[in-house]
Ligand binder design. Structure first.
Ligand SMILES: [Ca+2]
Length: 409
């Protein structure tokens, strides 16, 4: 069991009992053991978990309930069972779980759990409820916000202070890029989230212990962004989280070096964009989400003197990362888009957006040497945290100021 608490949420849908278990009772009666006029007690379930309970978040508590009536005024007895598969024909009786309501444990590891209730009464045929399928996943940990579709002009005007020529607007379509809506992580992936998915022993972060690397006063170590991850590490994290949540992984990773463990310094990665799993933002998604409708140097405007309200950067970071979400968000509700750590994006780097794959949901060039990094970090100047600022590095490299955030369709 992990120390992290998983508190669980679900809905119970009452389902009237009707089915094969009644048939069993009728068969008993038809056999004439009790004679036609003498009725034996019959248990009828009036409320039970939906067959697929299924909606499980972290940090929410939950319980399962049944209710039954018994003819002849007999008293029903309840006994909850757990199982490792979706059947109520076998299972392990849960200690002390003998009332109508069963409180789902809050210390469950990630995974899928099956519970059902056995209902008995003196003289009656014992029956069993539906199996509740309880999935403990990360949906409540990786908090996502919806970024509505729209269009924007990608890049910066030539008049923007501190800009580089690789931010020039596209020439096609007057630089306008059209985007579909998507979910994006409200925060950068944190160290505790990384460890929950990849393993407690695998926190690669530079700011994870050590003199001068401590969290700032009042901040939680585990809620600082994970960093010192390669682009390949971030890609694999996306796949592993997708698998944990029964989503279809987006990426196929082959030729991984090393074959197991981290950091992954090289691999061949292809993407299935029709999959529903987690992925890194494309460069266009990142800038579109960061801008949140703005056309200014930062999502809040052009006034550098207020950047510290929105970003951890060289002027206020005290040379370290900070707990995510402490600075003001942009208009989409996204935090730390400017500063804290740079964020890996999907795209291969190209110096010109004109090469970056179409005017709608562009995926970037099909090949390259470096992968895109966006948003600036705790060590960077204000100019390098601008919405249009572009940086890149070899995907097998890693630094104490580069992390990532997630996107999902
Ligand atoms: Ca950032």
């Amino acid at each position: 069991m992990k120390t992290t608490k998983f508190i669980i949420f679900f809905t119970v849908i009452p389902i009237m009992f009707a089915g094969c278990m009644l048939w069993d009772v009728e068969e008993v009666r038809g056999n004439g053991r009790n004679g036609g006029d003498v009725s034996i007690p019959v248990i009828t379930i009036t409320t039970q978990p939906a067959a697929e309970t299924n909606v499980i978040f972290d940090n929410i508590t939950g319980s399962l309930s049944v209710a039954a009536s018994v003819s002849n005024d007999a008293i029903p007895n309840y006994r909850w069972y757990s199982n490792t598969s979706n059947t109520n024909t076998s299972g392990i009786a849960i200690e002390n779980a003998t009332s109508e309501t069963f409180t789902i444990p809050t210390n469950l590891d990630l995974g899928t759990y099956y519970y059902f209730c056995e209902i008995s009464a003196f003289g009656a045929v014992t029956i069993r409820s539906n199996v509740a399928v309880v999935r403990v996943n990360h949906t409540g940990v990786i908090e996502m916000v919806w970024v509505p579709g729209g269009s924007f002009r990608m890049g910066s005007p030539s008049t923007e202070p501190g800009r580089y020529s690789n931010e020039d607007y596209r020439t096609a379509n007057d630089g306008i890029v059209t985007m579909s809506g998507f979910y994006m992580g409200k925060y950068q992936v944190t160290q505790e989230q990384w460890m929950e998915v990849i393993g407690e022993e695998n926190n690669p972060s530079y700011f994870h212990g050590g003199s001068g690397r401590e969290p700032a006063s009042g901040e939680e170590q585990g809620k600082r962004p994970v960093e010192n991850v390669t682009w390949f590490d971030a890609i694999e994290f996306c796949n592993k989280l997708s698998q944990l949540e029964d989503l279809t992984p987006v990426y196929t990773i082959t030729g991984r070096t090393p074959a197991t463990g981290y950091p992954i310094t090289s691999a061949t990665v292809t993407a299935n964009w029709s999959a529903n799993g987690y992925r890194l933002p494309t460069e266009a998604q990142w800038e579109y989400a960061c801008r949140a409708g703005s056309t200014t140097a930062w999502h809040f405007g052009n006034t550098q003197t207020v950047l510290g309200n929105y970003a951890w950067y060289m002027n206020n970071s005290n040379s370290r990362t900070h707990q995510v979400g402490l600075k003001l968000s942009n208009d989409f509700g996204l935090h730390d888009m400017h500063g804290n750590v740079w964020e890996w994006c999907w795209d291969w780097y190209t110096a010109s957006y004109n090469n970056a794959g179409g005017n709608a949901n562009p995926l970037g060039p099909t090949a390259g040497t470096n992968r895109l990094i966006r948003g600036g970090s705790w060590i960077n100047s204000a100019e390098n945290t601008r919405s249009a600022n572009r940086f890149s590095d070899y995907p097998g490299s890693r630094y104490g100021n580069v992390g990532f955030r997630l996107v999902r369709p």
